[in-house]
Design a protein around this ligand. Structure first.
Ligand code: ATP
Ligand code: MG
Length: 561
């Protein structure tokens, strides 16, 4: 037996992949064909990434194919902007779908013919009931539905009405086409589901050619069949639609027999992943747009500096199953740190600057010191960092009256300046209000590179930026967009927004090498976190977004008192 990639120990195992293995073994298929079917009514989010990695991952593992198909059957909410953004985000995440994307709208003509096929077979009818009346007739989980008075129209009458619907004779909502299945079916989805509705709206691709549009249920499985999809993978809310999916495939002259399989959605704490809710955040101005760095969208995560590898890793680890689970946002952040710890270059940046003057360093002089770019990856080498008499350090790295375990600067204390020298604090200069505005220090020229020839040790190492060479920057620190783990559980999600989800710091000081930073590629600011240059940066005015913080052990010590 030849070994496919998926047989290796590292390959994920789950019931969908098991099914595919069985289908290959039994000869039902040679290789799987999957599809990712976004509706272009919003941007992709991390939940979609799970579906993307599953569909494209399976195609890759089994030597099959994965199609990108836009499920563009509701022109009222769909836009060209979303189609373009979805394609960009998929490429960024690392996936490709060959020559061109497919669209459900490519099949409108075929779907229309198949609708007529059902009508001719007395398996579909035009109904004049309003949406409200259809709901009333549908029954409940415990009570059967009632037949529409229009259910027994002849195929001829139905064909005529359906043609007139499509010719634009009737206003929106006046009539629908319904499958004629069983109003007493236990599964409500089989109680004569709607297949077509009238919508006089401009479609992003077909313009005003159509004024009737197929529903998701009618378009989806048939598009799968047209494209030769073998395994149509979707989230659990479609489980109850599967009998309808199969009914349509069985009753239409389709060329292929796709099958639907379900898995549970990815859910994250402190996060909303419903597109309707995300649209609300954007349209309500609660965020700056779909790519706001606090959004769980791929565009937002990218802008925050999250590497695609961390997203693929995370959704892969979340696993494929049918059980409902909510994953801690912290678990996602841990994945981001894990990837960036290996890949991100280190730089020095001071977020809340305090001036440090080295009194015994010669006036007007400076020198360049070697700094390691990534202690975990020698191949990225070192860079030069300018050093001089006046430096910026973090205000939080000095305490006037430090407790024992504070290993940074205090009066009379000595610390190492990263990659540079030992310095000792001589005096803290205060303004008229008693605020510390400057530290007067001395340095030991013998300690260049960070160690003392006499073997004396210092406990703390702090980062710094040369004042004469510093770049000024704005730095945005992000927290979670929602304060509560389960936003919206007690009503409106808007009430659960975290009012402190962003803190904007200005006048931050960067080492000059950060002038070369690239948009979206996160770097580690030593001791502070991972940050990425914002695409909205203008020349000479860098803006950095915090991707994720480093774990702060001092914060924990402080919290314990
Ligand atoms: P809506 O909220 O409008 O129903 P959706 O999030 O389902 O939208 P689609 O564009 O229909 O958006 O989704 C495309 C595919 O992504 C579907 O197959 C859907 O099942 C899958 N998907 C969406 N959200 C998640 C999620 N949280 N976890 C896993 N898969 C998801
Ligand atoms: Mg959906």
């Amino acid at each position: 037996m030849s070994e496919t990639k998926s047989d290796s120990a590292a390959a994920p195992r789950d019931y969908i992949r098991e099914t595919i293995r069985d289908d290959i073994a039994s000869g039902r298929i040679k290789t799987p064909v999957t599809r990712f079917p976004p509706e272009p009514n919003g941007y992709l989010h991390i939940g979609h990434a799970k579906s993307i990695c599953l569909n494209f991952g399976i195609a890759e593992e089994f030597g099959g194919r994965c199609k990108l198909r836009f499920d563009d059957t509701n022109p009222a909410k769909e836009e060209r902007e979303f189609i373009d953004a979805i394609e960009d985000d998929l490429h960024w995440l690392g996936f490709d779908w060959g020559a061109k994307a497919c669209f459900a709208s490519d099949y409108f003509e075929q779907l229309y013919d198949w609708a007529r096929h059902l009508i001719s077979a007395a398996l579909a009818y035009v109904d004049d009931l309003s949406a409200e009346e259809i709901r009333e007739h549908r029954g409940t989980l415990t009570e059967p539905g009632r037949n529409s008075p229009h259910r027994d129209r002849t195929p001829e009458e139905n064909l005529d009405l359906f043609a007139r619907m499509s010719d634009g004779e009737f206003p929106d909502g006046a009539r629908v086409l319904r499958a004629k299945i069983d109003m007493a079916a236990g599964n409500i989805n089989l109680r004569d589901p709607v297949l077509y509705r009238i919508l006089h709206a401009d479609h992003p691709r077909t313009g005003d050619v159509w004024c009737i549009y197929p529903t998701y249920d009618f378009a989806h499985g048939q598009s799968d069949a047209i494209e030769g999809v073998t395994h149509s993978l979707c989230t659990l809310e479609f489980e109850d639609h599967r009998p309808l999916y199969d009914w349509l495939i069985e009753n239409l002259p389709v060329q292929a027999r796709p099958r639907q399989y379900e898995f549970s959605r990815l859910n994250l704490t402190h996060t909303v992943l419903s597109k309707r809710a995300l649209v609300g955040l954007v349209e309500g101005g609660h965020v700056s747009g779909w790519d706001d760095p606090r959004m769980p969208t791929l565009a937002g995560l990218r802008r925050r500096g999250v590497p695609p590898a961390a997203i693929r890793d995370f959704v892969g680890r979340s696993g494929i199953s049918k059980s409902h689970a909510v994953i801690e946002l912290a678990a996602f952040e841990a994945c981001i740190r894990e990837v960036l710890n290996i890949t991100a270059e280190r730089r020095m940046a001071v977020l809340r600057p305090l001036k440090l003057v080295i009194e015994n360093y010669p006036q007007g002089e400076s020198e360049e010191l070697d700094a390691v770019n990534n202690p975990g990856d020698e191949s990225v080498g070192t860079r030069k960092v300018p050093f001089g008499r006046e430096l910026w350090i973090e205000a939080g790295d000095f305490m006037e009256d430090p407790p024992k375990k504070f290993f940074r600067l205090g009066p009379g204390r000595e610390v190492r300046l990263r990659f540079a020298y030992f310095v000792t604090c001589r005096e803290a200069v205060k303004d008229a209000d008693g605020n510390i505005v400057e530290l007067r220090c001395s340095y030991d020229p013998q300690t260049r590179g960070g160690s003392a020839p006499d073997g004396r040790k210092v406990k703390g190492t702090i980062h710094w930026v040369s004042a004469a060479h510093a770049l000024d920057a704005e730095i945005r620190l992000y927290g979670s967009l929602f304060e509560t783990p389960d936003p919206g559980s007690n009503g409106d999600i808007i009430d659960d927004l975290n009012p402190n989800s962003v803190e904007v710091l200005s006048g931050c000081k960067l080492e000059p090498a950060l002038g070369e930073a690239k948009v979206g590629a996160a770097v580690q600011f030593e001791r502070t976190g991972y940050f990425a240059l914002d695409p909205g940066t203008t020349p000479g005015k860098p803006i950095f977004n915090r991707t994720v913080s480093l774990r702060d052990s001092w914060g924990k010590i402080k919290a314990k008192g």
